[in-house]
Write a protein that binds this ligand. Structure first.
Ligand code: GDP
Length: 294
């Protein structure tokens, strides 16, 4: 797993290489920390999070006799990433909702999750609640065919909440384990979109009070710090349980993971590592940091 993660993160790792080298140059601690700050910014960690890392490291070196800055940095990054638990709520039957802007990878991520849990013997159903884009529905239907699992769809332009209602009926009647709902990523305004998502959530919890068990924000890691801006908009929608961070394979901006967790106070639960249904991994802070700085 670590090898796969290292390979996936190869572009991001290039930006972390100078950070590793920094520790073996025999400079003073102060010089190292100054330079580290700049390198973290270049690695897309973001100003606020980089500043926090430097402040914490200063504190840690002052308090402890530990002078191995690299070990302290690793520990610090793990602490930031683990501050919000990444454990997935795997009580079944479950309804999971995927939200996020178009193009971020929602549909593909829905298929990846479906494949993952289907492989574990779960009966999985998909629902296409983006009735505004025919292409989104078609794409999910194609995944359904490929993975051989049912996809509930509505008529183009139908009320998304009514599609969700239909899906819930079928899900319960057929005793499925997991219903994954793909939602619209764009309406005329964010306020409309948030209202739409709230409505969907209400329909779900009216039918199954403990659901949705997971509401995952699907974020594209290749847009770096802009992911934070996007996520802030979606944080206005209540009840996000975590992030599905996509496209970590092609990007040099993997450092933004730290800013996502630190600034949004949301755990990363899954990462996307490619375009096929198999390219999914549960997020583990230790493994991620080990892959970046080993
Ligand atoms: P949606 O509009 O949010 O539903 O996004 P899609 O699921 O249609 O994904 C948009 C594009 O991103 C597609 O070309 C996907 O194949 C691609 N994509 C999604 N996830 C990943 C990933 O983890 N890695 C890579 N390399 N591409 C991805």
């Amino acid at each position: 797993m670590l090898e796969k993660l290292k390979e996936t993160l190869s572009k991001t790792r290039k930006l972390f290489t100078p950070i590793e080298q920094l520790f073996s140059r025999g400079q003073s601690q102060e010089e190292i920390l100054d330079e580290l700050f700049e390198l973290l910014i270049l690695a897309d960690v973001g100003v606020a999070t980089s500043q926090k890392i430097i402040n914490d490291l200063k504190e840690k070196t002052r308090k402890s006799r530990q002078s191995d800055l690299k070990a302290l940095l690793k520990q610090e990054l793990i602490e930031i990433l683990a501050a919000r638990p990444s454990a997935v709520n795997e009580t079944f039957p479950a309804v999971w909702l995927l939200v996020g802007v178009n193009g971020g990878g929602k549909t593909t991520s829905a298929a990846k999750l479906a494949y993952k849990y289907q492989s574990q013997g779960r009966k999985v159903m998909l629902a296409a609640a983006d009735t505004f884009r025919a292409a989104a529905q078609e794409q999910l239907a194609l995944w359904g065919k490929k993975l051989n699992l049912p996809v509930i769809q509505g008529q183009p332009g139908a009320d998304p909440a009514s599609v969700v209602y239909d899906a819930l009926q079928s899900f319960q009647a057929k005793n499925y384990d997991l219903l994954i709902i793909d939602t619209a990523g764009r309406l005329h305004t964010y306020a409309n979109l948030m209202a739409e998502l709230e409505k969907i959530k209400k329909v779900i919890s009216r039918e199954i009070p403990e659901a949705p068990q997971e509401i995952l924000l699907v974020l594209d890691s290749t847009i770096g710090q802009n992911a934070i801006v996007q996520a802030r908009e979606f944080n206005r929608f209540s009840g996000l349980t975590g992030v599905f961070l996509t496209k970590l394979d092609g990007t040099a901006r993997g450092g933004s993971v730290l800013a996502v967790v630190e600034e949004l106070q949301l755990p990363i639960k899954f990462v996307g590592l490619g375009e096929t249904e198999k390219d999914i991994m549960e997020f583990e802070p230790e493994a991620f940091v080990e892959a970046l700085l080993s």
